[in-house]
Design a binder for this molecule. Structure first.
Ligand SMILES: Cc1cc2nc3c(=O)[nH]c(=O)nc-3n(C[C@H](O)[C@H](O)[C@H](O)COP(=O)(O)OP(=O)(O)OC[C@H]3O[C@@H](n4cnc5c(N)ncnc54)[C@H](O)[C@@H]3O)c2cc1C
Ligand code: FES
Ligand code: FES
Length: 1368
C-alpha cells in the first residue's frame, strides 16, 4: 500500500452540464432535479429498460449497472457495480454506464453471459436476470485485472467461489439460485464442467471437449469495459458544479466551507452532503434539498495515510476501497498483529450490505448515519473495538475525537463534516519497554444475521480485542476492549464493566462465568426491540466463544488452562471452519445432481428446451408492463393507505410543495359504476374504503401526479386525519374473531369430507395427545416486479389496460363494473409478469382498476408501479392460522385418529379463503390417520385480505402432519422416520382418503419415491453419521429428515387459439399467463408436436416457427386464473385441440399434394392452404372431463441441516428430492419449478417473517426487514430427480403438475432443524438444565435464528459453565 493516496488533484475544471454515456450513447443533461436517481433517468429518459426497480433500497440487485470511471490518480479506468436506484444521476458525471442491453442484445448478438443464463435455465420470470448478469459481468471484468494466472481459453480468471459470491446481493424469487450459480460458475477458471447442472449445451455423458465446444464462447478480451467515449475528456477531472442543478463538487476544504457557510445557508438553505447516497436506501427521503454537496473530490476526504501510529482513511472512501486497503496492509504485514486486525475488519466489512452497495457507500456515510440517526452499523462496532478516532469539521472547528466521544455527542449538524477515521496499530503489552514474550493480541469480530454473506442487518454485532499473556497461573488478561452494536441500542457500546472486571484476571471458569453475568447486564436492548433476550444471549455467547474458543489457552500457554481445554479444541476447530465458510473461500454450493428422464413419445414435448425468451430477459429487452413507454400526457398514481384498522377518514391534506395533480377516491366512481377492486368466485372486494377503513393498509385514495416519484412523495407525506370515536375495536386475531363470531361461510360443496369414525379411532389408541397447538404465520409473495398497470383511454368510452396480472379476465370484469361500462369497452393486455406466485391473481386487480378509474376520470393515460412498501402493506399474502389437534396412536406409532380445530385468518374479505379448508385437506391426508375429523373456521378479521400464495393452504396442510408425527414420535421416544413410515398410505387407504383423485394403483408412486429418495440420499448411513457428529460436537448439532408429500390438484378449463400465417409461422394465444413458469415454452412444444402429426417435410424445427403472444381479453375470452399448478397443462391441451382441428382441415390438401408431388413441405402446404381458403385459425375451449379433474402429485425430500447453538443459525447441508412429474413436458422447466418452489418454501419455513404492528399494519415492508432466501441460504448440495412415472392416460400428454407441490417439500428442512434442536436440548439436559429440555416441543414457522436459539436454550453457555463449575 502506498503511504498516501488521494484522489483527485484539486485542479479540477468546473462544468455546468452533466455528461455521461450509457452503453456508448452520450447524454448531456443541462438541468435536472438533483434528487433524480440513475435508475429514474434510465427508465424514464432512455430506451435502456433492463435496469429494474425491485426495491429502491439497495437490497435486491435488480437495478445493478456497471459504472466505469477514470481514476485520475492511478490513471486507469475503474469498473464497479452500483445500485442505480440509490445512485444520484449528478454523481455519475464523467462516467460510462453499462447496462445489460449494452453487453449484447438480440440485434447485435447476445453476450455469452446472456446465452449461458438462457442455456443453464437460469431465468424464469426474468425480472432479476439483467441485474444478475451485470453483477457477474463486473466480477468477470475485475477478475481480469488481478494477478491470477491467465485462465484457459473460454474461461475467466474468476474462481468458482468468487463467481457465486458475485451474485450474493442479488435476489431471485423464482429459480432457487442453483441454475444461476451454474451459469456464473461456467466462466470460472477452476470450474469442473462435470459439476455444472442441466443445460441446453451438452448432454449427460458428453466428453469434456464436447462440453467445452458447446459452451457459448467467452473471451475476456472482448469485454474491454467501455470508457473510450469520455476517457480523453475526463482525464483531467471535470467536475459538476452547477447552480442550475444545485449540485456542487468542491475540491478543497475551503471551497466546502464556503459552500456550507455562504449567505444562502445562513438564510436557511437546506443542504445535503452526499457521497454514495446509499443512506437513502434505509432512511427513505421525503425532504427536498436546495443544495447537494458531493464530498468525493476533496483530497482530505479520500486520503489513505499511514504512519507509525496507524492508518487514516478519508471519510468519503467507499467501503469496498477501505476493504482493499486493509487487505493490502495485512498482506504487507503478514503475521503481525496489524495483519490480524485488518484482515478481520476487512472480512467483517465484506458482510456490510452487498458488493454493489459497498462500491459507492462511504465509510464516513456509515459513521454519520450511526451517529446522527442511530443506524445499527457494523463498522462503528469494529472501529470502537480497535480504539479508532475521527476527525470532524464542525463549523470552522477541526477536531479529532475518539469514536466513543463521537458517538456520545449530540447528533451532528447537517453541515458538520466527518473528514477521516484513524485506525491505530496495536502492539501486545510492553513490559519494561519490550514486548512481553508471551503476550499476544487476540481480535475477533462477530455478527449474527439471517444471511451469512451479508445483505442483512445483524441482530447483534461485536468486536473484541484482547491482549493476553501467559502467566505461571494461566492466561492473564492485560487489556481487553469489548464492543457490541446493532442490538437495539442507539449506538454501539463498550462493555466497560466487563472490561474492567477482566483486566488483570487469569482466565478461569469462574472468571468467565462472572464476566458473562456482567455482559448480560451490559448488553440490554432498548424497550420495544424485537428478540431482545436473544440479542443479549448472543452477547454472552460471543464473549464465551472469544475467551474460550479463540484458542486463548492453547495459543499462549500450550493448553495450561486445564478447565477449559476440552471445549477449546472443539470450539477452535469449529471456529476455524466457520471462518473459512464465512469468508467464502471454498464454494458455497457443492455440485448438485439433477436427474431427468425425458421421453420422446410426444417429441418435441419432453425435450428440456430453454425457456422461450430467456435470452431477451437476460439482456433486458423483454418488455414488462412498466417498460412500455408512457403515452403522451401520461400521469402516474400512488395509493394512500390507511394506518388505522377501523376509522373514519376525516380529511386528507398535502404539503404545499407536494400537491398532486388529482386525488381519486370512492367519490370519483361514476354513478353507473361500482366501488369494486377485485373479484373472485366468492364475491368482490371494494376498491376504496368507503365510510370506514376496514384494515390498516386499506386504500383510502389514489393520488395522481406528473411523475411516479411525485405521486409516491405526495402519497407518503399526505396527512390523514382519522376519527375512531364510537367505533368497535378491530378484530385482529382469530381468537377475537371466534369471540365475536366473525366468520366467512364455506359453501358445503367445497367443505372437505371427514374420513372414518374419530371416536372409534380414539378408542383404539394406546396413547393420546389432546389439544396441542400449532401456529403458522403469513408469507409475502416477493415477486421481483411489484404490482403495476397502465390504463390508456380509447375512443368511444373504451379503456385499454396493460396489467401485470395472473387473471386478466377477472381484471377486465372488475374494470368494466368499476367504470360502469359494458365489458366490450374494456381490453386487458398481459404479455409477461415479473413473478406472481398467486399475488397477481386477485391482488393485481385493484391496481388495474385504480389506473383505469383515474384514466377514465381525467381522460389521460394513468400508470402505476407500486413501491415495495405499499406492495407489501396491501398484499395480504399467505393465510396465518391456528391449529389445535388431538391425536390417538398405538405404541408402535400407528396413528388411529386425528381431530383438528383450525382457525384460518382470512383478513377482511373472503378472497379465495373459502377454498383454503379444501386445499389444506388435499395435502393433510398424505398419511393414513385411521380416522380424520376436523372443524375449520375461516375467520374474518380487520387485516389485509389474505389471498392465494403458491400452494395456498396446501403448504400448511402438509406441514401440520409433520408436526403431529414429530410430537407422536417424541412421546413414544421413537425415530420420527419410522413413525412416518408406519403411517404412510397403502393404495387402499389412499383411496379411502382421496377417493377418485387417487387414480389407478399404478399411478400411486409415493412408496417407490419414498424408498428411492432414501437410497439416493443414503438416508440410513447419513442418519448414523449425524448421530456420530452430534455425539462428538458440543456447539453444533445436526438433524436429518425425510418428508413425503401428496398434493391434490384440480384441472380447470382453458381456451386456446392457433393461427397459421402464410409463411408457415404459427401464432398461439392461450388463457394462461407466462409468469416465469415456462407455460409458453410448453405451449410451443405442444403446438409443434400436435401440428407435426400432419407429417410434412420440414416439421422437425416447427417449434422454432411458433410464437405465443400476449393475452388479450377481447381476442381470447374466458382466460380464467393462472393458478393452481395446472394452467400449463390446460393451456397445452387447449392448443392441442386447436392443432388437431387444423391438422384435420389440412390433411385432405396434404394428401392431394403428396399424390401430386411425392413429398410435401410444411411451407408449401401452408401457402397452398392459404390460396385454397382453408381456415387456418382454430379456437378451442378445453373442458376437462369430470372423471379427470382431480389428481394427486407425489414427492419426497431428505434434508440435513446443521444448527449453530451459539447463534441459532441453521445451515442446510444437503437436500435430495424425488418428484413425480408424470411424463414431463419439459424436464428443464419442471426442474426449475421444483427447485424454485422448494427454495420459496424454505423461505416460509426458515426465514420470512411477515410481521405486523398492534394495529395489524404490516411492518415487514421492505428488503431490510423481510428476508427471502439468497444464494448463501439454500442447500449447499441440492440433488433433484424428476421422476418420469410413465403413461398417465387421463393426464394431458401424461404430464403432471410441478408449480406448487414441491414447495411443500421444504418442510423437510424445518423437520431436520427440529431434530437438531432436539439434540441440543438433550445435551442441555445432560448439563443439568431442567427448563427447555422437554423433547416434545413445537418449532415456530419460520424457524428463524432467534426461534432456533430460544429452543436450544438462551442460557446454554451459562448452563454449560455451571455444569463444569459444579464438577470442579
Ligand atoms: C442495502 C444496504 C445494506 C446495508 N447493510 C449494512 C450493514 O449490514 N452494516 C452496516 O454497517 N451498514 C450497512 N449499510 C449502510 C451503509 O454502510 C451506508 O448506507 C453507507 O456507508 C453510507 O454511505 P454513503 O456514502 O452512501 O452515504 P450517503 O447516503 O451519501 O450519506 C449518508 C448520510 O451521511 C451524511 N454524510 C455522508 N458523508 C458525510 C461526511 N463525510 N460528513 C458528514 N456527513 C456525511 C449525508 O449527508 C447523509 O445524511 C447498508 C446500506 C444499504 C443501502
Ligand atoms: S432496486 Fe436497486 S437494489 Fe433493489
Ligand atoms: S427469474 Fe429471478 S426473480 Fe424471477
Amino acid at each position: 500500500m502506498e503511504a498516501e493516496q488521494s484522489s483527485p488533484p484539486p485542479s479540477a475544471a468546473a462544468e455546468d452540464c452533466l455528461v455521461f454515456t450509457v452503453n456508448g450513447e452520450r447524454f448531456e443533461v443541462p438541468e435536472i432535479d438533483p434528487s433524480t436517481t440513475l435508475l429514474e433517468f434510465l427508465r424514464s429518459k432512455t430506451r435502456f429498460k433492463s435496469v429494474k426497480l425491485g426495491c429502491g433500497e439497495g437490497g435486491c440487485g435488480a437495478c445493478v449497472v456497471l459504472l466505469s470511471k477514470y481514476d485520475t490518480v492511478n490513471k486507469k479506468v475503474e469498473n464497479f457495480t452500483v445500485s442505480s436506484c440509490l445512485t444520484l444521476l449528478c454523481s455519475i458525471n464523467g462516467c460510462s454506464v453499462t447496462t445489460s442491453e449494452g453487453l449484447g442484445n438480440s440485434k447485435d448478438g447476445f453476450h455469452p453471459i446472456h446465452q449461458r443464463f438462457a442455456g443453464f435455465h437460469a431465468s424464469q420470470c426474468g425480472f432479476c436476470t439483467p441485474g444478475m448478469c451485470m453483477s457477474l459481468f463486473s466480477a468477470l471484468a475485475n477478475a481480469e485485472k488481478t494477478n491470477q494466472p491467465q485462465a484457459s481459453p473460454g474461461f475467466s480468471k474468476l474462481t468458482v467461489s468468487d463467481a457465486e459470491k458475485a451474485i450474493a446481493g442479488n435476489l431471485c424469487r423464482c429459480t432457487g439460485y442453483r441454475p444461476i450459480a451454474d451459469a456464473c460458475k461456467s466462466f470460472a477458471a477452476d470450474v469442473d464442467l462435470e459439476d455444472l447442472g442441466i443445460n441446453s449445451f451438452w448432454k449427460k455423458g458428453d466428453k469434456k471437449e464436447v462440453r467445452l465446444s458447446r459452451l457459448p464462447s467467452y473471451n475476456p478480451k472482448d469485454d474491454t469495459c467501455p470508457y473510450t467515449e469520455l476517457e480523453d475528456e475526463y482525464k483531467s477531472t471535470r467536475l459538476l458544479n452547477s447552480k442550475k442543478n444545485s449540485w456542487y463538487s468542491p475540491v478543497t476544504i475551503e471551497e466546502l466551507q464556503n459552500l456550507l457557510h455562504s449567505d444562502m445557508v445562513e438564510n436557511g438553505t437546506r443542504i445535503k452532503l452526499v457521497v454514495g447516497n446509499t443512506g437513502t436506501g434505509y432512511y427513505k427521503e421525503t425532504e427536498i434539498y436546495d443544495k447537494y454537496i458531493d464530498l468525493r473530490y476533496i483530497p482530505e476526504l479520500s486520503v489513505v495515510r499511514k504512519n507509525n501510529a496507524g492508518i487514516e482513511f478519508g471519510a468519503a472512501l467507499p467501503i469496498s476501497k477501505v476493504i482493499l486497503y486493509l487487505k493490502e496492509e495485512s498482506k504487507a504485514n503478514e503475521c503481525s498483529s496489524g495483519d490480524l486486525l485488518f484482515t478481520k475488519i476487512a472480512d467483517h466489512m465484506e458482510k456490510v450490505a452487498s458488493g454493489f452497495v459497498r462500491n459507492s457507500a462511504s465509510l464516513g456515510g456509515n459513521l454519520v448515519m450511526a451517529q446522527r440517526k442511530y443506524f445499527p452499523s457494523d463498522i462503528v462496532t469494529l472501529l470502537l473495538a480497535v480504539g479508532s478516532s475521527v476527525s470532524v469539521l464542525a463549523g470552522h472547528k477541526h477536531e479529532t475525537i475518539t469514536m466513543e466521544e463521537f458517538l456520545s455527542r449530540p447528533p451532528l449538524d447537517p453541515i458538520d463534516v466527518l473528514l477521516s477515521v484513524h485506525v491505530p496499530f496495536h502492539q501486545p503489552t510492553r513490559i519494561d519497554g519490550s514486548v512481553h514474550t508471551n503476550s499476544r493480541l487476540f481480535f475477533e469480530t462477530y455478527r449474527a444475521a439471517p444471511r451469512p454473506l451479508g445483505n442483512a442487518l445483524p441482530y447483534l454485532n461485536a468486536a473484541f480485542l484482547a491482549d493476553i499473556s501467559c502467566d505461571k497461573n494461566g492466561s492473564l488478561v492485560n487489556n481487553i476492549r469489548l464492543a457490541f452494536g446493532a442490538y437495539g441500542t442507539k449506538h454501539a457500546t463498550r462493555a466497560r464493566k466487563v472490561e474492567e472486571y477482566l483486566t488483570g484476571k487469569i482466565l478461569s471458569l469462574r472468571v468467565l462465568d462472572e464476566a458473562i453475568k456482567l455482559v448480560k447486564d451490559a448488553v440490554v436492548s432498548e424497550e420495544g426491540t424485537s428478540n431482545a433476550a436473544y440479542r443479549s444471549s448472543l452477547a454472552v455467547d460471543f464473549l464465551f466463544e472469544f475467551l474460550n474458543f479463540s484458542s486463548v489457552a492453547s495459543a499462549i500457554s500450550g493448553g495450561s488452562s486445564e478447565e477449559l481445554s476440552g471445549s477449546v479444541r472443539e470450539g477452535a476447530a469449529e471456529s476455524i471452519n466457520d471462518k473459512i465458510c464465512q469468508t467464502g473461500r471454498p464454494p458455497l454450493l457443492s455440485s448438485g445432481k439433477q436427474v431427468l428422464q425425458s421421453s420422446r413419445d410426444y417429441y418435441p414435448v419432453g425435450e428440456p428446451m430453454p425457456k422461450f425468451g430467456a435470452a431477451i430477459q437476460a439482456s433486458g429487452e423483454a418488455i414488462y408492463v412498466d417498460d412500455i413507454p408512457s403515452p403522451p400526457n401520461c400521469l402516474h398514481g400512488a395509493f394512500i393507505c390507511s394506518t388505522k384498522p377501523v376509522a373514519r377518514v376525516k380529511s386528507i391534506s398535502f404539503k404545499s410543495n407536494q400537491q398532486p395533480t388529482a386525488v381519486i377516491s370512492v367519490k370519483d366512481i361514476p354513478r353507473e359504476g361500482e366501488n369494486i377492486g377485485s373479484l373472485a368466485m366468492f364475491g368482490s372486494e371494494p376498491l376504496f374504503a368507503d365510510d370506514l377503513t376496514r384494515f390498516a393498509g386499506d386504500l383510502i385514495a389514489f393520488v395522481v401526479a406528473e411523475t411516479q416519484k411525485n405521486a409516491n412523495l405526495a402519497a407518503k407525506t399526505a396527512l390523514v386525519e382519522y376519527d375512531t370515536e364510537g367505533l368497535d375495536p378491530p378484530i385482529l386475531t382469530v381468537e377475537e374473531a371466534v369471540e365475536r363470531s366473525s366468520f366467512f361461510d364455506v359453501p358445503p360443496y367445497i367443505y372437505p369430507q371427514e374420513v372414518g369414525d374419530f371416536s372409534k379411532g380414539m378408542a383404539e389408541a394406546d396413547h393420546k395427545i389432546l389439544s396441542a397447538k400449532i401456529k403458522l404465520g403469513s408469507q409475502y409473495y416477493f415477486y421481483m416486479e411489484t404490482q403495476t398497470a397502465l390504463a390508456v383511454p380509447d375512443e368511444d368510452n373504451c379503456m385499454v389496460v396493460y396489467s401485470s396480472s395472473q387473471c386478466p379476465e377477472y381484471a377486465h370484469r372488475v374494470i368494466a363494473r368499476c367504470l360502469g361500462v359494458p365489458e366490450h369497452n374494456v381490453r386487458v393486455l398481459t404479455r409477461r409478469v415479473g413473478g406472481g406466485f398467486g399475488g397477481k391473481a386477485l391482488k393485481a386487480m385493484p391496481i388495474a382498476a385504480a389506473c383505469a378509474l383515474a384514466a377514465h376520470k381525467l381522460r389521460r393515460p394513468v400508470r402505476m408501479y407500486l413501491d415495495r412498501k405499499t406492495d407489501m402493506i396491501i398484499a395480504g399474502g399467505r393465510h396465518p392460522m391456528k391449529i389445535t389437534y388431538s391425536v390417538g396412536f398405538k405404541s408402535d406409532g400407528k396413528i388411529t385418529a386425528l381431530h383438528l380445530d383450525i382457525l384460518i385468518n382470512a383478513g377482511i374479505t373472503s378472497d379465495i379463503s373459502p377454498i383454503i379448508p379444501n386445499n389444506m385437506m388435499g395435502t393433510l391426508k398424505k398419511y393414513n390417520w385411521g380416522a380424520l375429523s376436523f372443524d375449520i373456521k375461516v375467520c374474518k378479521t380487520n387485516l389485509s385480505s389474505k389471498s392465494a400464495m403458491r400452494a395456498p393452504g396446501e403448504v400448511q396442510g402438509s406441514f401440520i402432519p409433520e408436526a403431529i408425527i414429530e410430537h407422536v414420535a417424541s412421546m413414544l421416544s421413537m425415530e420420527v422416520d419410522s413413525v412416518r413410515n408406519r403411517n404412510l398410505h397403502t393404495y387402499e387407504s389412499l383411496k379411502l382418503f382421496y377417493g377418485s383423485a387417487s387414480g389407478e394403483s399404478i399411478e400411486f408412486t409415493l412408496p417407490s419415491i419414498w424408498d428411492k429418495v432414501g437410497q439416493s440420499s443414503s438416508f440410513d448411513e447419513r442418519t448414523a453419521m449425524v448421530e456420530q457428529f452430534n455425539h462428538s460436537n458440543v456447539w453444533r448439532k445436526r438433524g436429518i429428515s425425510r418428508v413425503p408429500i401428496v398434493h391434490e390438484v384440480y384441472v380447470r378449463s382453458a381456451p386456446g387459439k392457433v393461427s397459421i400465417l402464410s409463411d408457415g409461422s404459427i401464432v398461439v394465444e392461450v388463457g394462461g399467463i407466462e409468469l416465469g413458469q415456462g407455460l409458453w415454452t410448453k405451449v410451443k412444444q405442444v403446438t409443434a408436436y400436435a401440428l407435426s402429426s400432419i407429417q410434412c417435410d420440414g416439421i422437425e424445427d416447427l417449434v422454432e416457427k411458433v410464437r405465443v403472444v400476449q393475452s388479450d381479453t377481447l381476442s381470447l375470452v374466458q382466460g380464467g386464473f393462472t393458478a393452481g399448478s395446472t394452467t400449463s397443462e390446460s393451456s397445452c391441451e387447449a392448443v392441442r385441440l386447436c392443432c388437431n382441428v387444423l391438422v384435420e382441415r389440412l390433411a385432405p390438401l396434404k394428401e392431394k399434394l403428396q399424390e401430386q408431388m411425392g413429398s410435401v413441405k410444411w411451407d408449401v402446404l401452408i401457402i397452398q392452404a392459404h390460396s385454397q381458403s382453408v381456415n387456418l385459425a382454430a379456437h378451442s375451449f378445453f373442458v376437462p372431463d369430470s372423471s379427470s379433474t382431480q389428481y394427486l402429485n407425489y414427492g419426497a425430500a431428505v434434508s440435513e441441516v446443521e444448527v449453530n447453538i451459539i447463534s441459532g443459525e441453521t445451515r442446510i447441508l444437503r437436500t435430495d428430492i424425488v418428484y413425480d412429474c408424470g411424463q414431463s413436458m419439459n424436464p428443464a422447466v419442471d426442474m426449475g419449478q421444483i427447485e424454485g418452489a422448494f427454495v420459496q418454501g424454505l423461505g416460509f419455513f426458515m426465514l420470512e417473517e411477515y410481521q405486523t404492528n398492534s394495529d395489524g399494519m404490516v411492518t415487514a415492508d421492505g428488503t431490510w426487514t423481510y428476508k427471502i432466501p439468497t444464494i448463501d441460504t439454500i442447500p449447499k448440495q441440492f440433488n433433484v430427480e424428476v421422476l418420469n412415472s410413465g403413461h398417465h392416460q387421463k393426464r394431458v400428454l401424461s404430464s403432471k403438475a410441478s408449480g406448487e407441490p414441491p414447495l411443500l417439500l421444504a418442510a423437510s428442512v424445518h423437520c431436520a432443524t427440529r431434530a437438531a434442536i432436539k439434540e441440543a436440548r438433550k445435551q442441555l439436559k445432560s448439563w443439568g438444565a431442567v427448563e427447555g429440555t422437554d423433547p416434545t416441543f413445537q418449532v415456530d414457522v419460520p424457524a428463524t435464528m432467534p426461534v432456533v436459539k430460544q429452543l436450544c436454550g438462551l442460557n446454554t453457555v451459562e448452563t454449560y459453565l455451571q455444569s463444569l463449575l459444579s464438577k470442579s
